[in-house]
Design a protein around this ligand. Structure first.
Ligand code: PLP
Length: 407
């Protein structure tokens, strides 16, 4: 169904009409960030023109309007991921800040020797915050390995639990391998040990319906800019019973109830975790992006993108010496690859000259590179606005570059 609508959809994204070195742009770097539809850009512009004032602390008209938009956005994010209450939605700068918030705040409840389980396929933003906590509090990090095809070793996962396990923090979809992890089952296992789970949903929320109640997760983080919203805004869902126990993440305005030099008391959730002026314009534009996604329909998006990924996998697999990393059934809209001994940077740079935007390097997942013994990979990642013609351009571009560079 999306196939026939693709040109109408693409018109909503003016940047897709860009020419690069005289060639039409094929933007295949959507896992890094997505392009923005007109409605999102216009929502930001319109709020600055008509409803801009600092939120929460003003009695005047504009401040109330801006506050209403921010709080409506919170309700919208809650409904998008089916959170039981908007009080469980904390606005952050993105996934990275959301994970840091949990590691920092929930981390204060942990003691030396307590254990946190992560996986070998995490983005650095779900590794480094826990390492910082390890350095501060002496916690122990345990790592779920994955097999070469990109599947997490669930038996190894189950064996990692001890009576000191205090948290599991895992990615829903790998930004390199495309693996869609069985988080619902993993959460069930963690809960059977009484352990809460944080889901990094940066690469799932843009591509298929994510329901925090169905997953039964305790925390879930995602970034606005990867879901067609603006940069600098994202959200953390947290189960209220946990958020209530956790100390503030940062101190400042907005998050306090009373302040004296002797003692400060804090606001209720979610404000306890939102120190300072929030990105209220970004929050509103994010809500508009979520409306836009819902208008297209996440089921349509998932269906179209999985067909596009299958098509791209077929086209790329037919290229001699091309190796795809991550071959799990139903994988997400991302293909990481290398061709022969061609350096990922050379491939990416020459594809760029052909108008094809892909990402090269370790993709903030150096442990995945270490697993395969490579320094970096080329990654093409897809959105519902991409077309089979763009995949054809990618495949033909790779063949052309390979001919130039292979001995
Ligand atoms: N987690 C995953 C799986 C990602 O792919 C990314 C970004 O690529 C992040 C976390 C970090 O997102 P952000 O930089 O928006 O905070």
């Amino acid at each position: 169904m999306l196939n026939t609508q693709c040109s109408i959809i693409r018109e909503q994204f003016p940047i897709l009409a860009t020419e690069v070195y005289g060639r039409p742009l094929a933007y295949l770097d959507n896992a890094a960030t997505t392009q923005k539809p007109r409605c999102v850009v216009e929502a930001e512009r319109d709020q600055y023109y008509t409803a801009n004032a600092n939120v929460h602390r003003g009695v005047h008209y504009l401040s109330q309007q801006a506050t209403d938009l921010l709080e409506q956005a919170r309700v919208r994010v809650a409904s998008f991921i089916n959170a039981p209450s908007e009080q469980e939605i904390i606005f952050t700068r993105g996934t990275t800040e959301a994970v840091n918030l949990v590691a920092s705040s929930y981390g204060q409840l942990l003691k030396e020797g307590d254990e946190v389980i992560i996986s070998e396929m995490e983005h650095h933003s779900n590794i480094v915050p826990w390492q910082l906590l390890r350095d501060r509090r002496g916690i122990v990090l345990k790592v779920i390995p994955f097999c070469d095809d990109g599947i997490l070793d669930l038996n190894a996962y189950k064996a990692l639990f001890t009576d000191r396990t205090r948290m599991v923090s895992i990615t829903h979809v790998s930004n390199v391998l495309g693996t869609v992890n069985p988080v619902q089952e993993m959460i069930r296992v963690a809960h059977s040990h009484g352990v809460p789970v944080l889901v990094d949903a940066a690469q799932s929320v843009p591509h298929f319906r994510v329901d925090v109640q169905q997953l039964d997760c305790d925390f879930l983080a995602f970034s606005g800019h990867k879901v067609y919203g603006p940069t600098g805004i994202g959200a953390l869902y947290g189960r209220s019973a946990l958020l209530e126990q956790m100390p503030p993440y940062q101190g400042g305005g907005e998050m306090i109830s009373t302040v004296s030099f002797d003692r400060t008391t804090f606001e209720d959730i979610p404000y306890k975790f939102e120190a300072g002026t929030p990105n209220y314009v970004g929050a509103h534009a994010l809500a508009v992006a979520l409306d836009y996604i819902d208008e297209i329909g996440l089921d349509n998006i998932a269906d179209y993108e999985s067909r596009l990924t299958r098509y791209a996998t077929e086209r790329l697999s037919a290229i001699p010496d091309l190796r795809i990393f991550g071959n799990t059934p139903g994988k997400g809209a991302v293909i990481s690859f290398l061709v022969g001994d061609i350096h990922h940077l050379d491939m990416g740079t020459l594809l760029d000259r052909l108008g094809i935007a892909v990402r090269t390097g370790h993709h903030c997942a150096q442990l995945i590179m270490t697993h395969y013994g490579v320094e970096g990979m080329v990654r093409a990642s897809f959105s519902f606005y991409n077309t089979e013609a763009e995949i054809d351009a990618l495949a033909e571009g790779i063949i052309r570059v390979a001919k130039m560079l292979q001995k």
